[in-house]
Write a new protein. Structure first.
Length: 115
C-alpha cells in the first residue's frame, strides 16, 4: 500500500522560502509522475507543479520562476522548493501519485505566508 507523507510546511513572511518534501513508502515511484497540489480555504484544489518519471518539471503559471520541483529516486522523495512566497500562496499543499486508475494523496502540509 502506497503512503505519501508531506512535510516542511510552516509560517513564513512574504518573500520568504520553504522547502516541502513528499516521502513515499510501500511503493517505488521512480517510474511515475508525481504532482504537487494546493488548496486554499474556500477554494478548489489546484495543480502547482509536477515532475515526470524522467525528471521533466512542469509548473503552473502562478509559480513559474519561484518554485522548483525535484525528485530523488534513491530516497523515494519529491521536493518543492518555494521561494519569493506571497500571501496568496497560503494553502495546504499535497502531493499526489496516480498508479493506474487509483490516486494516492498525502495528508497535506500547511503553508502560511504572512504579509
Amino acid at each position: 500500500q502506497l503512503q505519501l507523507v508531506e512535510s516542511g510546511g510552516g509560517l513564513v513572511q512574504s518573500g520568504g522560502s520553504l522547502r516541502l518534501s513528499c516521502a513515499a513508502s510501500g511503493y517505488t515511484l521512480d517510474v511515475y509522475d508525481i504532482g504537487w497540489f494546493r488548496q486554499a480555504p474556500g477554494k478548489e484544489r489546484e495543480g502547482v507543479s509536477c515532475i515526470t518519471s524522467g525528471g521533466r518539471p512542469n509548473y503552473a503559471d502562478f509559480v513559474k520562476g519561484r518554485f522548483t520541483i525535484s525528485r530523488d529516486n534513491v530516497k523515494n522523495t519529491v521536493a518543492l522548493q518555494m521561494n519569493s512566497l506571497k500571501p496568496e500562496d497560503t494553502a495546504v499543499y499535497y502531493c499526489k501519485v496516480s498508479l493506474g486508475p487509483r490516486e494516492y494523496w498525502g495528508q497535506g502540509t500547511q503553508v502560511t505566508v504572512s504579509s
